[in-house]
Design a protein around this ligand. Structure first.
Ligand code: 48F
Length: 270
C-alpha cells in the first residue's frame, strides 16, 4: 500500500508561496526576457540558457508552445522543410520525410519535446503573464518588461485597478508571433512602424524570416513570425522550420549584444 508523507495544507501553501517569491526575486533582473513561449521563443531560450544566460520566457497563456501544438487547419501534425529536420533530430522528435526536403512530425510530441528541451536547458517561465509595456532607458534602449497577470485585463476597472510590475533585462526578445507585441509598444510611442506580414509564399518566407531575425531597436531582438510582421515579409503558413532556426539565430544575436553591452551600459549610467 502507498503511504504518503504526513505533510498538511499549511506546508503545501508555504511551499507554493516561498517558491514563487524566490522565483520572482531572482527574475526581477535577468540577462534576457523573451516575450512569447511559441516555437521561436522556446528555441531561442533553449540556446541562451544552455550557454549560461539567465533567460526568462514571459507567456500570456497558461501553456507554452504557441502555435506549435497544431500544424495548421486544426490538424495536429507539424511540418518542417530541410534543413530544420536537423533541429527535430537534435531534440529527439520522431519525424519522417514525406517528399524530398519536407518532413512531418506529431505536433504534441514535437511541442512537448521543445518545451522540455527549454526547461532542461534552464529557461525560467512566467506564465499567465502578459507584456503590458516596455522599460525604456537612455536613447529609448529597451531595458525590461512591464508585466501583469493576464486575467487582470478582463477585470472591470470599477472593481479593481491592478498596477503592473517591471522586470529588468539586458536584452528583450519579441517572440510574440503575428502580433509583434513588444515592437508594437515602441510603435505606440512613435518609435517604430511595423509593416504587417505579407501574403503566403512558403518558398520565400522561411529564408527571409531567418535572414531578418535580429536587433531592430537598441536592446530589442525579433524572432519568429514577429519578424514577418515587422519587415512585411510573406507568411509561411503551417510549417515551422523557420520558427526554430529563427529562434537559434535570435540567440546568436542576443549573445553578440550581451558581449558588446556592459561597456555601453556602464558608460550610459555614469
Ligand atoms: O504564435 P506563436 O507560435 O509565435 P512563433 O513562435 O511561431 C509562429 C507559428 O506558431 C505559426 C506560423 C509559422 O509556422 O505562422 O503561427 O513566431 O507564439 C507566440 C506566443 O506569444 C504569446 C502567445 O500567447 C504565444 O504563445 N504572446 C503574444 N502576445 C503576448 C504573448 C504578450 N503580449 N505577452 C505575453 N505573451
Amino acid at each position: 500500500m502507498v503511504k504518503f508523507s504526513p505533510v498538511g495544507e499549511k506546508e503545501v501553501t508555504r511551499a507554493l508561496i516561498e517558491g514563487f517569491a524566490k522565483h520572482y526575486a531572482r527574475l526581477a533582473e535577468c540577462d534576457v526576457i523573451i516575450v512569447g513561449g511559441g516555437p521561436s521563443g522556446l528555441a531561442c531560450g533553449r540556446e541562451l540558457a544552455r550557454k549560461g544566460v539567465r533567460t526568462l520566457v514571459v507567456e500570456r497563456n497558461n501553456f507554452l508552445g504557441g502555435g506549435f501544438w497544431i500544424g495548421g487547419y486544426l490538424i495536429n501534425k507539424v511540418t518542417v522543410r530541410a534543413p530544420a529536420q536537423e533541429y527535430l533530430q537534435e531534440i529527439g522528435v520522431p519525424h519522417e520525410e514525406v517528399t524530398e526536403g519536407l518532413y512531418v512530425a506529431d505536433g504534441p510530441h514535437a511541442c512537448s519535446k521543445l518545451i522540455a528541451a527549454a526547461c532542461d536547458a534552464g529557461v525560467k517561465f512566467a506564465t499567465i503573464t502578459k507584456l503590458e509595456d516596455l522599460v525604456l532607458r537612455e536613447n529609448n534602449r529597451v531595458a525590461g518588461a512591464v508585466i501583469n497577470w493576464t486575467p487582470v485585463e478582463a477585470m472591470p476597472h470599477n472593481i479593481t485597478c491592478v498596477d503592473p510590475v517591471a522586470l529588468e533585462s539586458k536584452v528583450l526578445v519579441d517572440a510574440t508571433g503575428h502580433d509583434a507585441a513588444a515592437v508594437g509598444k515602441l510603435e505606440e510611442r512613435g518609435l517604430f512602424k511595423r509593416k504587417g506580414f505579407g501574403a503566403m509564399w512558403v518558398e520565400k518566407s522561411e529564408d527571409l524570416v531567418v535572414e531578418h531575425t535580429g536587433e531592430v531597436h537598441p536592446g530589442l531582438v525579433v524572432t519568429g513570425m514577429a519578424v514577418s510582421t515587422v519587415f512585411g515579409l510573406p507568411r509561411m503558413g503551417p510549417t515551422f522550420g523557420a520558427m526554430l532556426l529563427s529562434g537559434v539565430k535570435a540567440a546568436e544575436e542576443v549573445l553578440r549584444i550581451l558581449k558588446s553591452q556592459p561597456a555601453q551600459v556602464v558608460a550610459a549610467r555614469a
